[in-house]
Design a protein around this ligand. Structure first.
Ligand SMILES: Cc1cc2nc3c(=O)[nH]c(=O)nc-3n(C[C@H](O)[C@H](O)[C@H](O)COP(=O)(O)OP(=O)(O)OC[C@H]3O[C@@H](n4cnc5c(N)ncnc54)[C@H](O)[C@@H]3O)c2cc1C
Length: 384
């Protein structure tokens, strides 16, 4: 049996795997990327398209800033247009104490590059006259924006291929192991690949592979809910999202230049992982429309022309798993982006390529280490 070899094998061709393949090739590593279905078919291709930094865990902003710098350069970098529009992002709230939280976030040293501007009262309603009277405050991020998720992973994969990466679609990895210093990867149709380094970017399925190396993690799939309206005159260039602790109030939307308004938020619905299907939760879509009227009373009655969901992997602390394995040399992970990986995609690819090629990263990713889920010595001895 032939075994195909590369410096690095990547399992999973969402935006994380595709961007990693591109940046690894830029650093001269030979790469084979194995994708079970089609590149960008899952979360990376069906997400809301927010390229938002504000509101993230402060310890993630360094990575988000690195990614933002790449978003701005993408056409020149990968010779493709992902329809990134740095339209600004407004995070609004309905309560005074939430305004104080927005202010505290804006004042944090980590958020400096975001240039956040806090508005409230008359000033808010003069600057954003379309907001409903319930809205008490807003944090405006002038440089954040949105892009077209459908285009992202395939564009990175094409660019990686042009640089010499081998991209294999319809190739499902069944088994991964390390023996004699080499990773062996076997697919469900019996093909075999080997490499000195292995990167798992398998999204909501990442845990199935990490557990084969003795690193199980509490990754849970879930499906955010999306809708898109008929096109109406282009009037809302800014992405808007609600900051609240009340789940029903969570809504975010963006209008694209051809007029459609894309809406997300509300109750998620757990997908069918066996058949890889994410289903729409009707009460969530109805709730989105209700919340939209509260936020933008002038929006009127709009027809929804399509609804959908997607499969995303969430960790209990809502942070991804990213970095080197705690158990196995040469093994790396970038999965479980917990609903906010799209903006990070280019930065994650760049950082993982740096880590795999040089052994360290110039951007801090320590909070995302898989080691945070390793059982303590006490738990291990109880289990044995
Ligand atoms: C509906 C929705 C809305 C979202 N909105 C936003 C947003 O607005 N902004 C934002 O920043 N983030 C958003 N996200 C999150 C974002 O889309 C994800 O965090 C990101 O796309 C994850 O990328 P990924 O490459 O890790 O995962 P995926 O895109 O899921 O890719 C993983 C790939 O691995 C493949 N794979 C799995 N197992 C195997 C195997 N054994 N062998 C081979 N291949 C395998 C899968 O087929 C899949 O293609 C949203 C997510 C969803 C679902």
């Amino acid at each position: 049996m032939t075994v195909d070899k590369a410096d690095v094998i990547i399992v999973g061709g969402g935006v994380m795997g595709s961007a990693s393949a591109f940046f690894l090739r830029q650093r001269g590593q030979s790469v084979i990327l194995l994708e079970r279905d089609q590149i960008g078919q899952y979360a990376s291709g069906v997400n809301f398209g927010n390229v938002r930094r504000q509101g993230r865990f402060l310890g993630q902003l360094e990575l988000a800033n690195r990614s933002f710098a790449l978003w701005k350069r993408l056409p020149e970098l990968i010779d493709d247009d992902l329809e990134f529009i740095p339209s600004g992002h407004l995070r609004v709230c309905y309560r005074e104490d939430e305004v104080a939280e927005l202010q505290a976030y804006a004042d944090a040293p980590e958020a400096r590059q975001l240039d956040l501007q806090i508005y409230q009262g008359n000033e808010l309603h003069t600057r954003f006259p379309f907001l409903g009277k319930d809205v008490k405050g807003g944090s405006y991020a002038p440089h954040d924006g949105h892009a077209n998720p459908r285009l992202a992973a395939p564009a990175f994969a094409r660019a990686a291929r042009r640089l010499g990466a081998r991209i294999e679609e319809r190739t499902e990895v069944a088994e991964v192991q390390k023996a004699n210093g080499e990773f062996g990867v076997t697919t469900t149709d019996g093909r075999r690949f080997s490499a000195g380094q292995l990167l798992i970017t398998a999204g909501a399925w990442g845990q199935k592979l990490s557990e084969q190396f003795g690193e199980p993690v509490p990754l849970a799939p879930n499906g955010p809910q999306m809708a898109v309206t008929e096109p109406v005159p282009y009037a809302l260039p800014t992405v808007i999202g609600v900051f609240t602790k009340i789940p029903e109030e969570v809504i975010y939307f963006r209008q694209i230049p051809r007029g459609n308004i894309i809406i997300g938020g509300g109750y998620r619905r757990v997908p069918d992982m066996l058949n890889r299907r994410a289903y729409v939760e009707p009460r969530s879509i109805l709730n989105q429309l209700e919340q939209m009227r509260r936020l933008l009373p002038g929006v009127g009655n709009l027809n929804i022309i399509r609804v959908w969901s997607g499969i995303e992997g969430y960790l209990p602390d809502n942070l991804p798993i990213m970095g080197a394995s705690g158990n196995v040399d040469g093994l790396y992970y970038a999965f479980g982006f917990s609903g906010h990986g799209f903006q990070l995609g280019p930065g994650v690819g760049d950082v993982m390529a740096e880590l795999i090629s040089t052994g360290s990263t110039s951007t801090s990713i320590e909070p995302f280490s898989i080691r945070r889920f390793a059982p303590s010595v006490e738990q291990r001895s109880k289990a044995s």
